[in-house]
Design a protein around this ligand. Structure first.
Ligand code: NAP
Length: 319
């Protein structure tokens, strides 16, 4: 190898040949990834599900949960990432408040947690309404005596470039995705300050970091969350409250309308996205929930104002 390195440094022709060789290997890799059959993808996803189950099993074996004794609110907890976060928080010993506008699925999550021996309460909450958020916080504190963790996860995806987004849609996506984070923090932090500790996790997106096609309002709302997280973290760092954000990449949840679209379309869509991921597959809600558990737990007591990107390398991908 030293011989090769030496000659590569000295010999221009060898350098050109080496670059040609690596570019051919990269092209072959790219072609293999593009033609990979969906069955292989499905089996990869299955393996990842099994990996998630093993991780959950290991966490349970350790006896005491990582969120034992904590009281946690998860917004948007009736579906997708929020639902899985609520379920895994409960497995880690947290008392979970399932907050969502979707009453049917929210009550189902509450039931599932209780059936597994955990503690949970569903509270119907529209995170854009101050009165709803006030009831959410006061009911939590009245029922459980305190509030330790807030996960600002509720959100919607709205497509449209800056010229095709109506002012109504722009306002809607900012209200649900960004202003809700301000509102929940504004009403939750005073409760956390009463006992001098708290952890807040705000859900942003890789779209808050990099440019994507056709989602001006969504990207602006997610970029705003990153700035708000840093700012708020700075303000409350000395008062025992940690505020961090996460940036999920493409995660398999209903946010893309995958429950309503034809399964074949859904699979084709996710398969095409998989091909663009440096790791070769998209994420699962568990991938995000595991990170949120860390940021919500005392394991991350030295972490505030941070942003954790969980995207299979999507945001660091070059051309
Ligand atoms: P999801 O499955 O659609 O879950 C979002 C939940 O939030 C739904 O239950 C939704 O209810 C609820 N919700 C919507 N508006 C609300 C409001 N005003 N008040 C309270 N709850 C409300 O989506 P997800 O994929 O899990 O997304 C969770 C978060 O992760 C979002 O902030 C999203 O932007 C972010 N994220 C997701 C991805 C991804 O690839 N999935 C990537 C990056 C970031 P309805 O179903 O009734 O609308």
């Amino acid at each position: 190898m030293d011989w090769l390195r030496y000659h590569l440094r000295k010999n221009r022709l060898l350098q050109v040949l080496y670059l040609k060789f690596t570019s051919i290997i990269n092209s072959i890799n790219y072609l293999i990834r593009r033609v990979r059959p969906s069955a292989l993808l499905a089996s990869k996803q299955m393996k990842r599900k099994q990996h998630a189950a093993t991780m959950i099993g290991l966490a349970k074996q350790s006896g005491k949960g990582r969120l034992s004794g904590k009281v946690a609110i998860v917004t948007g907890a009736a579906s997708g990432i929020g639902r899985t976060t609520a379920l895994l928080f409960a497995r880690e010993g947290a008392k979970v408040i399932v907050a969502d506008i979707n009453e049917v699925d929210g009550v189902e999550v509450e039931k599932q947690i209780k059936n597994s021996g955990g503690e949970a309460t569903f509270i119907h909450t529209d995170v854009t309404k101050e009165s709803d958020v006030q009831i959410l916080i006061s009911t939590t504190v009245n029922n459980y005596g305190k509030l330790d963790i807030l996960v600002n996860n509720a959100g919607i995806l709205l497509e449209g470039s800056v010229t095709s987004t109506t002012q109504g849609d722009w306002q809607k996506v900012l209200d649900i995705n960004l202003s809700s984070v301000y509102l929940c923090c504004r009403l939750a932090i005073p409760e956390m300050l009463k006992h001098g500790s708290g952890a807040i996790v705000n859900t942003s997106s890789v779209q808050g970091l990099t440019g994507f096609y056709n989602s001006a309002g969504y990207a602006a709302s997610k970029g705003g969350i990153l700035a708000l997280t840093r700012q708020t973290a700075r303000e409350y760092a000395g008062l025992g409250i940690r505020i961090n954000s996460i940036c999920p990449g493409i995660i398999y949840t209903p946010i893309f309308g995958i429950n309503t679209e034809r399964p074949a379309d859904r699979e084709a869509l996710f398969e095409s996205w998989s091909n663009q991921m440096p790791v070769g597959f998209f994420g699962l809600p568990e991938d995000i929930a595991f990170a949120t558990i860390y940021l919500a737990s005392d394991e991350s007591s030295f972490v505030t104002g941070a942003n954790l990107v969980i995207d299979g390398g999507l945001s660091i991908r070059g051309v």
